[in-house]
Design a protein around this ligand. Sequence first.
Ligand SMILES: *Cc1c(COP(=O)(O)O)cnc(C)c1O
Length: 351
Amino acid sequence: MSNFLNNSYKTLESYVPGEQPTDMKYIKLNTNEFPYEPSPYVIEKINEDETKKLNLYPDPKSTYLKETIAKRYGFDAKNVFVSNGSDETLSFYFMAFCENGVVFPDITYGFYEVYANLYNLDYKKIPLKDDFSIDVSDYIGINKNIIIANPNAPTGMVLSIDDIEKIVSSNKNNLVAIDEAYVDFGAESALGLVNKYDNLIVIQTFSKSRALAGGRLGFAIANEGIIADFEKIKYSTNPYNINRLTQIAGISAIKDDTYYMDLCKEVAKTREFTKNELTKLGFTLTDSYANFVFASHKNFDGEKLYLNLKSNGILVRHFKGERIKDYLRITIGKMEDMKVLIKTLKNIIGE
Ligand SMILES: *Cc1c(COP(=O)(O)O)cnc(C)c1O
């Protein structure tokens, strides 16, 4: 750290992304990426149409991308905000709307707390129940802005749409953001509530279910006024937040929707296989509806298992947080990768 950094940032703890190693080839089950390549159509569109135009700025309005997303989900383009990964939308949510405070579960996406600290907000972490489920009553009429990941990370557990509606309808003077990064792997979306409630923001990403983690594309759907507020922040920070190649990749991915939604079903099947096999090996698992499982083993330390798997060429994610340090978050890869994982764990566990 230099002597020049603003005082307010000196103690800031930044977000720590999962490893993206360059030293050797691992079976990568640590950052919840899609295990399949983008569709051939997406790759063709990036190559042909856009690369030669990189000397030109992209469309700052992302007009066609917004229209394509809006149509896919049954909204008007005025209800859609697009961002550089959904992380940028999340950043703007905390920056633009949360000066009177914000609450979120104690165990959830780690970036929420980072943003809350970055923007010096008054925030509160609400403990999940012992089984890692959300106690809906904690959020009824709480009178603060709320953000909830559904499915939650890193547990993969879901809140029902009825419960989300109870939270949204009991906090009409505050915003409720639902982060649906993993919704395409089997959970139900809250998008159906957006037209009914002016205080609901649904946030999704192309990183997890549309094979574009490297392209950086996320979006929010909400009422027109909220979207206009997001645009105001965008035009005050980075008007060209979605680059040319990513705009065309996003449009093409939506046009090729069946390719992705079929593969999401494949991932969900592989998840159920993995849950089964891990249970047979003595693991305890949460009921994950995401593209990862969250598992602990009573006889094995989480960190040691993580290190042991890594030395065997398999990367998973281990968090040091007190309540979850016994757990591993394991991304669902291709079936063949999960079979290697299970075989390796059998050896480690000695079955
Ligand atoms: C991965 C993830 C995100 C961010 O994804 P982007 O790559 O920035 O779109 C947001 N929320 C949750 C819960 C995630 O797991």
